[in-house]
Design a protein around this ligand. Structure first.
Ligand code: ADP
Ligand code: ZN
Length: 611
């Protein structure tokens, strides 16, 4: 269930009101006892006082604020609250007994007290208001409209390019910015224009924030960071005020870097979206645009912004003079993953057997944040097991955790399901072993249930690091369909476990036929809607109109390719049925086979990789 933030806010405010009331009352009590300090001792009742007067025990009385301080015959002092009905009640009695009476003016502090008490409701309302302000923006009580930008001073920035692994081209690209921040005069003297705004485009966790920090660290300049979502508040005008405030602060500490994370939160196309409530965001965006236009290029402020969705940004943000430079922060490839792992293994005690190369191979699709997570998780696992060092088994387990979610040990698949899964995965693996290049051979088969799949067979993605040939694409199709082929061959039925394989195979076949020209009748042609990489920010562009005839020919080609691949998978598995059975039974027995064990098993099953 979603939390209702407003309700949350109200609850907190109620608690705050109660808290403030208690504080105020306590304060008043303190004030009262301070003003009337000491006078509560020797307090007697009015009736006792009159008795003392009647018995001539009182010498003199000093009256102030309807209270009497009386001196007794034996020199003591007593206090009494006099009758509220005024002097006419007790004066005759005092006079009758010849007591000296003096009056003192009422204390001014009581006036103060009266004022405080009468102002109490106003004070309370004010206090509540201040608390609401605080809650809505998290800053100090008076920080309404101030930006929430976090400032990292150069002397505390410890992030450098050393902490950023991989991203070689990106680092080269931003080198110029560092030079500029270090010595702006040199640039302005030559009239060189440095971009004001740079958009870092890439998936979450690929290191955009890290990179921005490292730029600031390398250039030894302050680093302001704020998230686009921090600008978006429920009160109209607050976001704009914060933008203004942030730029003011930045100008005061130039040269510096402003880093806006999640730019899309504030920079979406104006007028887009459903329903109302966009006034605030549009005002904020307008303010941001105005501020960016408002300072001269060579003022020493560089704005870096990060987004995963450049396609939804308002075009105005991307105009010259704003975020007109774009840097793509890519997913880390194999080599980079290894580098990133090394960065995060610094300072951890790891066993000799930990091979970052193998780990990098097992983690295609992981971004920097995932890899850091992996290293952390491995260390935690080792610690939980009281190990002295983190070893490879910890990393293997951590990989599974991070990638596929925690193993659901409690969910036990039926024996039949386990058998089907074992054959399915063995089908993929065996064909992979037969058809794939040596360096991307299968490195893991597992039938341990995961959070979203029954089993897994891992090998390196085809297009990871080289240019595959048509032959390799075709083999990839055969391997992808191998799971379903094994199911059909052995059990003569299909399960839902093949649906993602079918989807992958279909999209690969489609790509081959209409994009890569790997077809028989269609020829070297690229068809259909071109989806330009969203990271380059273009919308989907229709590149080609084509006839119905060509479309149906393409469909036939795709289908033919899939059917032929599937037949080939079945036929190969039939031929190697004995190996398939052995492999499946080993998998069933061991649940998970990886790395060198798997290599050994394959070597035993089929000594020569003959197709
Ligand atoms: P983004 O801003 O792109 O979402 P972050 O910069 O916040 O990603 O990355 C999160 C964390 O992941 C970083 O603090 C860092 O520990 C790790 N990380 C990401 N990319 C890298 C990298 N290239 N080298 C080293 N660590 C990285
Ligand atoms: Zn499969």
């Amino acid at each position: 269930m979603e939390k209702d933030p407003l309700r949350d806010l109200r609850n907190r405010n109620l608690r705050n009101i109660a808290f403030i009331t208690v504080i105020v009352i306590l304060g008043l009590i303190l004030l009262q006892s301070w003003l009337g300090g000491g006078k509560t001792k020797n307090e007697i009742q009015y009736t006792l006082f009159t008795t003392l007067v009647e018995n001539d025990q009182i010498v003199s009385v000093s009256i102030k604020d309807n209270r009497a301080e009386a001196t007794t015959v034996d020199g003591g002092t007593i206090f009494v609250q006099l009758s509220p009905d005024g002097t006419s009640i007790y004066m005759p009695l005092l006079e009758e007994h010849g007591i000296q009476v003096s009056f003192e003016p009422a204390t001014e502090s009581n006036w103060f007290l009266t004022i405080v008490i009468s102002l109490l409701p106003v004070l309370l309302i004010f206090a509540v208001f201040m608390y609401i302000m605080r809650r809505t923006q998290g800053g100090g009580a008076l920080a309404f409209g101030q930006s929430k930008a976090k400032l990292v001073r150069p002397d505390t920035t410890k992030v450098t390019f050393d902490d950023v692994a991989g991203l070689v081209e990106v680092k080269e690209e931003v080198g110029e910015i560092i030079d500029y921040l270090e010595d702006q005069k040199r640039f302005s003297r030559l009239g060189a224009e440095i971009p004001k705004g740079i958009l870092l485009v890439g998936a979450p966790g690929t290191g955009k924030t890290l990179l921005a920090k490292a730029i600031a660290g390398e250039a030894h300049v302050p680093f302001f960071s704020i998230s686009g979502s921090d600008f978006v508040e429920m009160f109209v005008g607050v976001g704009a005020a914060r933008v203004r405030d942030m730029f003011e602060k930045a100008k005061a500490s130039a040269p510096c870097i402003i880093f806006i994370d999640e730019l899309d939160a504030v920079g979406r196309k104006r007028g887009a979206g459903l329903g109302g409530g966009h006034d605030e965001r549009e005002q904020t965006l307008n303010q941001l645009l105005a501020e960016m236009d408002g300072f001269q290029p060579n003022k020493g402020i560089i704005i870096l912004a990060a987004t995963n969705r450049p396609d939804v940004l308002d075009p105005a943000l991307l105009r010259p003079g704003r975020f007109d430079r774009r840097i793509l922060v890519p997913y880390p490839v194999l080599k980079d993953r290894e580098e990133i792992l090394k960065v995060h293994l610094r300072g951890k005690t790891i066993a000799e057997d930990v091979d970052t190369g193998v780990l990098a191979r097992q983690t295609p699709g992981f971004v920097g944040a995932d890899l850091r997570n992996l290293c952390n998780e491995a260390a935690l696992l080792a610690a939980r097991k009281n190990k002295a060092v983190v070893d490879m088994t910890d990393f293997e387990e951590a990989t599974d955790r991070v990638w596929l979610g925690l193993k659901r040990k409690s969910v036990v698949p039926t024996e039949k399901e386990r058998r089907i899964t074992a054959y399915h995965e063995s089908g993929h693996a065996l064909l992979g072993h037969l058809l794939q290049r040596e360096d991307r051979s299968v490195h893991k088969i597992s039938i341990l249930p995961r959070s979203y799949s029954m089993g897994v067979t891992q090998s390196l993605p085809l297009e990871e690091k080289y240019l595959p040939t048509q032959e390799e694409y075709k083999n990839e199709l055969v391997c992808t369909l191998g799971g379903r082929a094994a199911e059909e061959l052995v059990f003569n039925e299909f399960t839902a476990g093949s649906s993602s394989d079918l989807r992958d195979a279909t999209s690969l076949a489609t790509r081959m036929v209409i994009k890569l020209g790997m077809n028989e009748e269609l020829g070297p042609i690229s068809l259909g809607r071109e989806r330009v990489d969203v990271f380059l920010g273009e919308e989907i562009v229709k590149s080609h109109e084509h006839s119905e005839e060509i479309a149906s020919l393409a469909d036939r080609e795709i289908r033919g390719l899939l059917i032929r691949s599937y037949e080939k998978a079945k036929q190969l598995l039939k031929k190697h049925r004995a190996a398939l059975d052995r492999l499946a039974s080993e998998v069933l027995k061991r649940e998970e086979i990886t790395g060198s064990e798997l290599d050994a098993l394959f070597a035993e099953l089929m000594p020569a990789p003959a197709v």
